[in-house]
Ligand binder design. Structure first.
Ligand SMILES: Nc1ncnc2c1ncn2[C@@H]1O[C@H](COP(=O)(O)OP(=O)(O)OP(=O)(O)O)[C@@H](O)[C@H]1O
Ligand SMILES: [Mg+2]
Length: 326
């Protein structure tokens, strides 16, 4: 899958997606990470041909979204940000209905549906009305509804929005399992850093409709270049002296008797740091090592802290929770 200057301008003025260029390999789990309003849903909606693009185009599963929208739709699966399953049908009935909508032959869906249900541990709940499902069960159903026609690419827009952390972690396992078993490329959006870190093989951080950086979570984290080793000593020690330790980029005082040491790679430098401590006969109270997280990567590239509570985000989450619970 590849986009070429994909752009969306709403009402002639709101640049929701601005010359977006990304390339996604077969079988990848690819994350689009960005704050509220970054353009994630707009991107997904264009790639899935739900809305038109203003400029540029994309090749999705081999088809041009502008010219072959019908083929694109047949070849992809979509789990939108909003819930879509019919609450007055059972889980199984929903799956059959969508299979028929996609013209999947009966014998084929009769074979596939039980497998999909099994994949997300929904076999037992399959004959219950969707309105009786918990939030997590609904999301699991939505996940496999997107797979009834055996798509090559599965789009997940905020697959765990409004779920509690435990249920979210479970969802990640299901997503991984689905990627493996169904041999499908997965493109997901999220503004949960842990989610992207846990799931995505590669990620593009987007803001204001533009890609700021692309790479694997590990690459992005190591590109920040520097782990932090924090040592609290029994007595005051001079941070300055520790600059001589091999691999140390910088040192600074950081609270009572505490020195913060920035090193290129803590795995390499830790033995030298320990060596320094013992050869200088220093007494330590505490030593911690912190590798960069995606939070810091995000902050570095967007200048924003993604965790800052956004009232709009809180409102959406409430709405979603309410719907999930209903
Ligand atoms: N139908 C629309 N008409 C006008 N503007 C829109 C429309 N849909 C989205 N926008 C605007 O486009 C920008 C990108 O919105 P989009 O929904 O794609 O962001 P997002 O990254 O999915 O955000 P969220 O995390 O809130 O889901 C925002 O400024 C939004 O207000
Ligand atoms: Mg969105």
């Amino acid at each position: 899958m590849k986009t070429h200057n994909l752009s969306k301008i709403y009402n002639g003025k709101i640049k929701a997606v601005d010359d977006l260029n990304i390339e996604i390999g077969d079988g990848e789990i690819y994350g689009l990470l960005g704050p509220n309003g970054a353009g994630k849903t707009t991107t997904i909606n264009m790639l899935t041909t739900r809305i038109s693009c203003t400029k540029g185009t994309a090749i999705v599963a081999g088809y041009n979204i502008r010219k072959d929208s019908l083929m694109v739709r047949k070849t992809i699966g979509v789990v939108p940000q909003d819930l879509t399953a019919d609450e007055d049908l059972t889980g199984r009935e929903n799956l059959v209905m969508v299979s028929q909508f996609y013209d999947v032959p009966k014998e084929e869906y009769e074979e596939r549906i039980p497998k999909l249900l099994e994949l997300v541990d929904m076999t037992e709940a399959a004959n219950r009305y969707v309105r009786t499902y918990s939030g997590g069960m609904r999301k699991r159903l939505e996940l496999i509804v997107g797979l009834v026609h055996n798509p090559k690419i599965l789009f997940l827009d905020e697959p765990t929005l409004g779920l509690d952390i435990q249920t979210r972690t479970q969802m990640w396992d299901y997503v991984r399992q689905i990627q493996k078993e169904m041999d499908v490329t997965i493109i997901l959006t999220s503004h949960y850093l842990e989610e992207i870190d846990a799931l995505a093989d590669r990620v593009s951080i987007i803001d204001h409709g533009k890609v700021l950086v692309t790479g694997s979570p590990a690459e992005l984290k190591s590109s920040l270049n520097g782990d932090i080793v924090t040592i609290t000593f029994k007595e005051k020690e001079e941070a300055e002296k520790m600059k001589t330790i091999p691999g140390v980029i910088d040192t600074s005082d950081s609270g009572i008797n505490t020195v913060r040491i920035k090193v290129a790679n803590s795995d390499d430098s830790l033995p030298d740091i320990i060596n320094f401590i013992s050869s200088n006969k220093l007494s330590t109270m505490k030593l911690t090592v912190q590798k960069p997280t995606l939070d810091e990567v995000f902050l570095e590239y967007t200048g924003k802290d993604i965790r800052k509570e956004d009232p709009e985000d809180a409102r959406k989450m409430m709405m979603n929770m309410r719907r999930l619970r209903r």
